[in-house]
Design a protein around this ligand. Sequence first.
Ligand code: ZN
Length: 101
Amino acid sequence: MSATHVEPPLATPAQAREQMSGLMMPHPQPLVIDGQVRTCGGCGAYRDWIVISIRDGVWLRCPAGHEQHEARLDTAWYDQHSGPITHQHDSYEDGLRHLVH
Ligand SMILES: [Zn+2]
C-alpha cells in the first residue's frame, strides 16, 4: 500500500458518489451554451443529456454514458434550469436508474 495519496483535482460523478449525493436532471433538448450546441466529446451526441450538479460543478452525461465536466455551467445555472421534477437521490446509481430506462 502506498503511503502517499494524491487527490485528483476533480472527482468524477462516479467517484463523488461515495462522498455525497448529487442532483441530476434529464435535459432532452439540445444544450446551448454561449450560443453553441454542446456536443459530447466522446460520441458527438448533442441531446438527451443528463445534467449532474455536484460539489465540483456541473457534469454532463450523454446517452452513451460519457461523463464530462462543463466548466461554463455551474450550480447556479443548474438551479435556474432545474424544475420541481428534479429529484434528490440517495446515490448516483439510484439517480441514473430513475432517469435511464
Ligand atoms: Zn458521448
